[in-house]
Design a protein around this ligand. Sequence first.
Ligand code: UD1
Ligand code: UDP
Length: 381
Amino acid sequence: MHSIMPIFGTRPEAIKMAPVINALEESPHFRCIVTVTGQHREMLDQVNELFGIVPDHDLNILQHGQSLSAILTRTVDGLETLFAHTRPDAVVVQGDTTTSTAAAIAAFYHGIPVVHVEAGLRSGDLHSPFPEEANRKITSQIASLHLAPTSVSEANLIAEGINPDDVVITGNSVIDALLATVGKEVPFTDPRLEELAAGGRNVLLVTTHRRENQGDAMRGMGRALARIADAEPGLVIVLPAHKNPVVREALLPLLEGKANIIVTEPLPYGEFTRLLSLARFVLTDSGGVQEEAPSLGKPVLVMRENTERPEAVAAGTVALIGTDEERIVAEVTRLLKDADHFAAMANAVNPYGDGKAAARTVAAIAELLGVGFRIGAFTGG
Ligand code: UD1
Ligand code: UDP
């Protein structure tokens, strides 16, 4: 039996890794050694609890106000110690966080093959998203197996000289997680959300956290939300706030005292997907939310200048609107007032997956380790 070590540290990695871990654990070929860095704490533990994942190793690296260098060095140091007595046959990393790239580097230095889940996403701008675009390019250079969610991400990898034989199009495991969760109708812990679910009022779901948006851009978002709330008393804006104090300090003072703005703690994934289902549309700079909302037919306004996820933009359900305050107000207002525009964006599309990414991932890992063969690729939405 081969030992496989998934290593992850943040909320989105945990959500996207959970279906892969569950599928690895069901395979007769593999023993899973689940390792978390603890780059996030509450937001990571919340997801692991939901999916019943109990880490075997926890590097517990989080420091409040942590620098990128601290995340990198504390992860590499922690894994150095771990690899000295636990040597897996392969390491699995997900996406583009500093945890994932640091773990890939540590494994590579130890001669352990790196499997990269969600490989090949590219915005084309090394500084946006920062540092994620650089992180994922670094991981691509040292991974042995590249699990691309779509044909677009596969093409990005091949254009950079990655051997096509080492790339498998799996779809994104976030859709596996979403489909396993969204129908469950869990109760909201916050009574204001339960009231909203009973209500029938229009809900605008908002999330933001990106490092490159922190500061002036985020304060502009806050002012835009306050103006929208004043102008549209029938609308309820719900903002599950990221744990990052930098995000909270920029946004929350601008939203105080507004009867139709609900700020919550990070929601457990089951509650978040329920809220997504009942929202009219979404305003976000999140990567994962850009992938999930189109599956539920929710229009998404993305507060970024570019995206590494062009598939849903091409399908018309996602629009890139940048971070300018006036533009945010104008685009939200247009979606509220212009029924044709709303209808054109509210198509349910699945460009990112079909719920079978984890099965394809496990089959591809089996092929890498000589105990099986890859299965048919994800062919698109
Ligand atoms: C990180 C990832 C980003 C990912 C995002 C998902 C990097 C460089 N960035 O964002 O790619 O999109 O996570 O949310 O890897 N904090 C807590 N508890 C938590 C989580 C965060 O207290 O559970 C606070 C800490 O004070 C921490 C701060 O939030 O210092 C920021 O966390 P961090 O992981 O550094 O966030 P980002 O780099 O913004
Ligand atoms: N999410 C959640 N609770 C929340 C907000 C988001 O479970 O309160 C989920 C969301 O469904 C998505 C993921 O967290 O799967 C996105 O995480 P985040 O936006 O922090 O990171 P990104 O995807 O931008 O890397």
